[in-house]
Ligand binder design. Sequence first.
Ligand SMILES: [Zn+2]
Ligand SMILES: [Zn+2]
Length: 1134
Amino acid sequence: MAVGTKLFCILMWISCLYAVSIFIFTKGFLLKRLEIPNKSDCSIRLEEQSVFSMRTQEGGLFSDDAYGDTPHVGLGSQFHIDNMCTAQDRFNKSIILLIDALRYDFLLFNESLDATGTLPFQNKLPIIQSLIEKKPSHSLLYQFLADPPTTTMQRLKGLTTGSLPTFVDVGNNFASSEVEEDNLIHQLVKAGKNITFMGDDTWESLFAGKFAKSFPFPSFNVKDLHSVDNGIMKHLLPEINQSDWNILIAHFLGVDHCGHRYGPYHSAMGEKLSQMNDVISSVVENMDNDTLLLVFGDHGMTGTGDHGGDSNDELTAGLFIYSQKDLRKLNPGLAMNAYRSISQIDLVPSLSLLLGIPVPFSNLGMVIPELFMFGADRKSPEVLDHLSLLLAKYHPAYLRMEALRINSFQVKRYLDSYSRKVDEFPYHISAILEQKFANAETLFHNLQQNLNDEEVKIAIDGATAMYMEYLSGVKEMCRGNWAKFDLLSMACGVVLTVSTCVAVWVVLNFVDGIKDREKIEDTLNSLLGNMLTGMITIFPMSVIITSQVEDLMTVKTTILLFFPALGSILGSLLCVLQTQGMPCMSDVLLYIKHTPKESLCSSGLLFLYVVSLTSNSFVVYEDRTAVFLLQFIVLLVYLISGIRSLIKFKRIKSRDIGRILTHPVAIVTYMLLAFQACVRLSSHFRICREEQVPCSQSDLLQPLLVFDPENSTYNNFRYIKAVVSICLIPFLLKFWLQKQGNLNGSSAASVCIKYALPTISVFIFFHWGLMSLPEKVLDKLPMWQQTFLAKCVYVLSTISIVSIIWQPLLIHILEREKKHQHKFHSKGEHDDQVVPRLFDYIKSSFQNQNGRGKQATTVTHEKIQETPAVFGLATTYSACLLQLIATVILVLSMLLGDGFSPALTLVCVQVLLYLELVACIRHAQLKIFSALPELKKMALLHVTWYAVFGWGLMASQFFFVTGHHATFPSIRFEAGFVGFNGDFPVYLYFIPAVLIGANTFSSNIIFGLALPLVLLWPFSRGKLADKKNSDNEGEVVLRDHCTELRIGLFRLVMLYILFHGCKLLGCMFSAAVHRRHLMIWKIFAPRYIFDGIGFLVTLVVVLLAYLFILRTDNQLAKWLARLFKIVKLLRDSR
Ligand SMILES: [Zn+2]
Ligand SMILES: [Zn+2]
């Protein structure tokens, strides 16, 4: 194995360590709720009861009969109270109209608004209001509160199982899997009811094979507002009039997709809601007396039409319940406050009992009490006993209490079996709750005694209140508890991250400090060997520990991963200690003393940055923090070392204005100002996160077509900006590479740069143009025409990337005439200094021809005949990397959308200025070595820490500049459909996931890929202060120092990983510390998750970039070998 491969192994090892620490920490941090597989079943009561008796004996709170046995058979005549699992059905059939993202205020009707004053979503569902007014006892309207995360699949699970979602489930949204827990659908099917389903096909994946009849439609394409809804409307009324169903579910997606595409403030939303109004009206007209109609949203939407988070607008959906017969008694004494808010899971027990099926086992919802306050129309009121007369008076209230009682028993059953598996509920809270349940039961049993009128009322009301308190108490307790953390795993994750950061730092300095390059292979061998030994020795130990100690069984994976990882770190540290000896205090002080001031400042600033991640307001305003730190560190470097070293070596002697203005200091100052201006300008491209107030929301995220066609100046201006910026990237690349002579050949890669990249950008701006067409025009085009351009971009960019990886050398040699050949003297094939001499040779022969020393940029055809030249050697390494980056940037810019294209180009310019600035300062600092070019090259290969720190900050800045935030609502889901219409078969679900991931982590991808430029840039650029002595050999000298190049690159990658590792540590630490913080799921947890995934992306990309440079180097070596073979042949033949 060569040195490069060994260093790569170390990088891989470090990456794995970080990945393992992220995994361990995440495992402890995002715990899943334990799913209980039990299903509610009225027939298997005996077993349940024995469990219950067992508990009663322990607790002594209840008597056996509390379980709903013999004593009160007479009382609960109308409920199957001997089962205590359900009530007699009140409705035979139910129609469920789920209008995705139906926010509560969409359902309201405000008469005071006139037609002109309404917002597009207001007063568009007048049918609701008219039903409430005309038939108040038949209709109920609620605020229907969702539990975050407000994604459709999470909500569907909640709405059918009645359980609370856990955070980790968010990720499942892309490949939804079947619901394992007991749920409404399961219970309905078991009760022999037929379900007809139509709409969003997510249901099909959640409840495969449960529907008697099903009309699923693909839900993926958020741009498609109509096809799901139109499909439903085609089938809805005919199906309602059929008699083969008990439950009819129709899940409309148009409102949600309209929100995603246009937001609620667009006239399309008004049209969509009016359409829904018509649907509801016709359903109401067509339904019979025995049917219950439910119209609700699974979540709301934000002002921009998105959802997923936990803002009030996202949580507040609406629920409207209607039936042709009386739903409730309009008795003011008993009626509950209408328009109140209920939890979405409350629908589960309510619907179950109304339809006469058992409440799903894991349900935590509470029946909606007023739905059970009916009286006269009950089906079997015959059997009434001695209390019947009294109870008849309070019949509605009694029924309400009974429903709550069945519900409480179900919840208690669930809680008991849950705590038997995991004992995690706080004792004092569950004791209070049990007491409430016992009190309610006591009051209930009081009813059997001979009570007078007043006492019955008190008992019923008291029991009702107690059951309700019990149910809501349990819900709160579970909600608080299921964000329960595995502290051991979290601690292991943090410890491992810290140790990995330390290991990175130690190994980095160790490899860097190996003086004897001859021995480097041996040293690396022993380092790798020690790591492996450390890991292998500890592994059996951790296996034994986990199998012996029972308490550790639950955290088995953590232990099995943690100790071997730690062992390998210890092994490597031991190796370093053996070789270098124990460092003493003076060594450390010496090290600090020799570290440049800028680098110490960078470390200090990094520390501040990491610490700032533990404060919620700093996380919220991280976009500003990153910009500030970036501007500050660049200014600092410029002030501390830039100016001083530039002035030192070239004093301003004359007072000539021209001289002063072109002095290196002046030029560097211009660059600094331009850089700062770019940073400021690009920071205008940002979106607001919810917590940033006040903040004016940018409209860049909205697609172009959202805007009023009348406002065409704005539209055109924005489109032109996007077009100019997207074209600038291939143009700049072509210009630069042409100047360097990289494009003279006809290799596949140079053809790509010349033709494919400009074509890509043309396709992209035509694609944007197409997408900004009005919807009606666009929808007339066939689907393949809508996505054709984007698909072409994918194909072309793949070709471009493959070609550059296949042939990474953008150099070209021209044949020479024989009269010049004698000038090249090679002493032998195995000559170390062959490249510079080759270069000298080319240079001198070229000078003879043209009288100047620069490499040819524009060579006419005649000259080519006589000029021997190798083109593009000066930028061998960076040219191909730049090509790769440009291709990736173009594709990402299409994914990011036209709004952010100028930001992308601005950041590219900013990055170039940064590289140039840092290179100039570095050259100025190293001018002292001018006489010793070899030493200077070594120093240039030794990348400074501040340069890497600034690079990392730019990566952070770029994340925000491209319209992202570390929050779930800010994920740009529409990126998954660029170039695809959304009908992905299951095995292609990775495509939208990859596209959305690329959009979200574009900064990690671009800055990781471009990282080697930090090392390569000073070799070809930035020789401002050192013009006279500068050689023009460029990057090709690196070939002669291939080991140094590998170590330099290794060092660079390690430093960058260290930067990200520290950031990750900050996020991890703050997530752990603030795990009980009010804002944990809103601020800290998303910050950690984004950073964790982003870090993994960075690791992969950086390793790929390292491999790419290695490949270029190997190819160059082969090319040179071939060249000298030819030269030798020619010489021999002469
Ligand atoms: Zn939804
Ligand atoms: Zn949605």
